[in-house]
Design a protein around this ligand. Structure first.
Ligand code: ZN
Length: 170
């Protein structure tokens, strides 16, 4: 018998799954528009806690090493606490050693607005949510590759949506 039995083996290479990678659209709804979320001061005060209001609307800064999301290393998406706009992927979060959650890149540059502030007597680049103008933190140019940027963000300005850990779920 010269029949050659060809056994096609399904390539069974071990999945080198990058645990850091996050399918953003599977975790949160991406916005179809960036129309401004505009609320009165009173509405913001009712929606936000005192500390959230202090940071997000009054451009305050939380004390370092106090943020609930500082040491969060779960896979998922960080959204704006005030308007839920998806801002950062856990894939770009890193430990900067500063005491604030740090990311090297936003999900979409259009979701972040920049402004210059001189509150400490020198120019810093403030970053704000592009949809609700909520204060997030600052961006510095001493971040890691590939961007070299460090988005230094207040934990209270963020909410976290964890990626679904279960696979093959509809
Ligand atoms: Zn927002």
């Amino acid at each position: 018998m010269l029949t050659m039995l060809i056994i096609s083996l399904v390539a069974c290479t071990p999945k080198t799954q990058d645990v850091a990678k996050v399918d953003i659209a599977a975790v949160v709804d991406l916005p179809t528009s960036l129309d401004k979320v505009v609320k009165t001061d009173e509405e913001w005060r009712n929606q936000l806690t005192e500390q959230e209001y202090y940071v997000i609307r009054d451009k305050g800064t939380e004390r370092p090493n106090t943020g609930a999301l500082l040491k969060n290393d779960k896979a998922g998406v960080y959204t704006c606490k005030a308007c839920a706009l998806p801002l950062f992927s856990s894939a770009t979060k890193y430990d900067s050693g500063t005491g604030w959650p740090s990311y090297y890149e936003p999900i979409n540059k259009e979701y972040i607005e920049e402004d210059t502030d001189y509150n400490l007597g020198y120019a810093r680049t403030e970053v704000l949510c592009a949809r609700c103008d909520g204060h997030l933190g600052h961006v510095f140019k001493d971040g890691p590759k590939p961007t070299g940027l460090r988005y230094c963000i207040n934990s209270v300005s963020l909410a976290f949506e964890q990626a679904d850990q279960a696979e093959d779920q509809p």
